[in-house]
Design a protein around this ligand. Structure first.
Ligand code: OXD
Ligand code: MN
Length: 595
């Protein structure tokens, strides 16, 4: 039988317990009118058939089999290259529940608008039903969903990014609940494109885009927007964070979760290779996840985290031997590249790669520098996490890993030092809420504009930020053994506009200091905005920092912070009375100390 011709729930599955799923699939089919329905089993034969079909219809272009076995290039529609925050909605009964941080529509209007778009949209197409699990299949922290899509490219990516297929379907059958995601690429028309979320129904409807963050519904739509809502109701956290394990020469591993906005180096930090001297001494970084972290308190009061994803949907440009050798090693085979350039011998190419010359750009045109970069700035690779040399076996642990430190960070050219530590949990929540960063190419719109991006969740929090801050504060209760909270800024610039900190592998020096603080091994310099490292406690051996760099990376600019806190007060004011009192008190306490 053709691996792509199944049109019923796979045999062996009890129809009765999957009635809700079956009914929904029938309802969607009646609305969208596909020519065929395919239930995805997630197997190798299915994947091979999908790839062959996409190669035949031009959706995928085969890359050099010698240098990049089983790897493919997809060129998206040129207007469909990033997340579309202005077209992303949270549909809650009460507008205030979505908050000023989200675009809102009533659920009735949202469904009506989307169903009009979906009507008949799959005529002539196959409708794929993708059962998937976010997180290790046997983890109590994991959650399941089903995505219906008319895009084979989405199916292939979901197979890499999630635990997809038969095992997920079996878990859905057991649990009886799942997130419903309906997706169609529609006409890929930006004027007929919406990404809508219905958190009260655990449902998503996405139309008109094939781009990862808009179309792989397990990722941003489920694992962040819907999951953040679920997490609030169920007492856990769904966060835009990497998770790494830092192993010291004594063989002790501390796990760190870090929230940076999109395209600000989460993948690089998660896969960091320690500087030479550290490697020699036996330091190692283990990768658990590079984008999303689900955490909840364990019986011992600590926060335990899983990576709900099974793959990496990483930004290609800038990925090199210097910035991220582990990512580069991961994507030498069995990888889907989207919107990169290609060399004369058909290897993928992007700006920042150490070798090769592009002959075609991301749109398939002959490469001409006058047309802009060869690879789109938000071009991506999709690859299984298992291909990453630093992937931690603990990433598959059903119980998750205990988190010792939470790190917030953004792209801040000025003011914000390399690292500081929050005095306690409440202060740490304020530090997260105050996060600011310059925008990047991961979303459409202007790049390089400073905006508040609390906990790096501005595009992803599925409910009112005021309630989200309260939810964060609620974890500080008797018996809790919460991680320490830090803030970092790898992007501080000098007067000449150049970065002052070398970054990449050298960021380990900062992580090492954090763990010394976690273990209570060193003291620090108290300032109103947090504790700064003493010069002797952060290892700068082998790196050459100018006097300007030392002052700016480790200094405290009282006047600058005063202005920052005035703007933070204004920001918290946007949430009115709903903003937690404790956070306002904390802001005022620090503002008073700065005066
Ligand atoms: C991503 C993003 O793709 O944050 O991870 O945009
Ligand atoms: Mn992200």
């Amino acid at each position: 039988m053709n691996a792509l011709s199944k049109d019923v729930i796979p045999s062996g599955t009890k129809r009765s317990s999957l009635a809700a799923l079956n009914d929904w699939v029938a309802e969607v089919a009646a609305l969208t009118q596909p020519d065929a329905i395919h239930w995805c089993d997630g197997g190798d034969a299915e994947y091979a058939a999908l790839i062959a079909q996409m190669q035949a219809d031009g959706t995928l272009i085969k890359l050099n089999e010698q240098t990049h076995p089983n790897s493919w290039l997809h060129r998206s529609h040129p207007d469909d290259v990033a997340r579309v925050e202005h077209l992303t909605f949270v549909c809650t009964t009460d507008k205030e529940d979505a908050g000023p941080n989200n675009h809102w529509m009533s659920p009735a209007d949202g469904h009506k608008q989307m169903d009009e778009l979906f009507a008949g949209c799959m005529r002539g197409r196959t409708m794929y039903v993708i059962p998937y699990c976010m997180g290790p299949i046997d983890s109590p922290l994991a959650r399941c969903g089903v995505e219906i899509t008319d895009s084979a490219y989405v199916v292939a990516n979901m197979r890499i990014m999630t635990r997809m297929g038969a095992a997920a379907l079996a878990r859905i059958e057991r649990e009886g609940s799942f997130v419903k995601g309906l997706h169609s690429i529609g006409e890929l028309d930006p004027n007929r494109r919406y990404i809508m979320h219905f958190p009260e129904e655990l449902a998503i409807k996405s139309y008109g885009s094939g781009y990862g963050g808009n179309a792989l519904l397990g990722k941003k739509c489920h694992a962040l927007r819907i999951a953040s809502h679920q997490a609030r109701n169920e007492g856990w956290l769904a966060e835009h964070m990497l998770i790494l394990g830092l192993e010291n020469p004594q063989g002790e591993t501390h796990y760190i979760a870090a929230a940076f906005p999109s395209a600000c180096g989460k993948t690089n930090l998660a896969m960091l290779i320690p500087p030479e001297g550290y490697r020699r001494d036996g330091w190692k970084v283990w990768t658990i996840g590079d984008d999303i972290c689900w955490m909840r308190p364990g019986a011992d009061g600590r926060l335990y985290a899983i990576n709900p994803e099974a793959g990496f949907f990483g930004v290609a440009p800038g990925t090199s031997e210097k910035s991220n050798p582990n990512a580069l090693a991961s994507i030498q085979h069995d990888t889907i590249f989207t919107n990169v350039g290609v060399t004369a011998d058909n290897q993928p190419w992007w700006e920042g790669l150490d070798h090769g010359t592009p002959v075609k750009d991301w749109q398939g045109r002959d490469y001409a520098p006058g047309n802009g970069p060869a690879a789109h700035p938000n071009s991506r690779f999709t690859v299984s996490a298992k291909q990453c040399p630093s992937y931690s076996p603990k990433a598959e642990d059903a119980q998750g890993v205990p988190i010792s430190a939470i790190v917030f960070g953004g792209r801040r050219a000025s003011l914000v030092p390399l690292v500081f530590e929050a005095r306690d949990w409440t202060h740490g929540v304020l530090v997260g809420a105050a996060m600011g960063s310059e925008t990047t190419a991961a979303a459409t719109g202007a790049v390089g504009v400073m905006r508040r991006d609390p906990m790096a969740m501005k595009p992803f929090c599925g409910y009112n930020f005021a309630d989200y801050f309260s939810h964060w504060l609620s974890f500080d209760k008797p018996g809790a053994k919460l991680p320490k909270i830090f803030h970092v800024n790898w992007f501080r610039k000098g007067d000449d506009g150049k970065f002052l900190w070398p970054g990449f592998g050298d960021n380990l020096r900062v992580l090492e200091w954090m763990i010394k603080r976690v273990k209570g091994e060193v003291d620090a310099i108290d300032t109103p905005v947090g504790a700064l490292p003493k010069a002797e406690h952060i290892n700068l051996d082998g790196i050459d920092l100018s006097d300007e760099a030392r002052t700016k990376l480790f200094g405290f600019d009282r006047n600058g912070w005063r202005a920052e806190f005035a703007s933070l007060e204004e920001f918290l004011g946007e949430f009115g009375d709903r903003a937690p009192h404790a956070l306002k008190v904390e802001q005022q306490r620090i503002a008073a100390q700065l005066d």
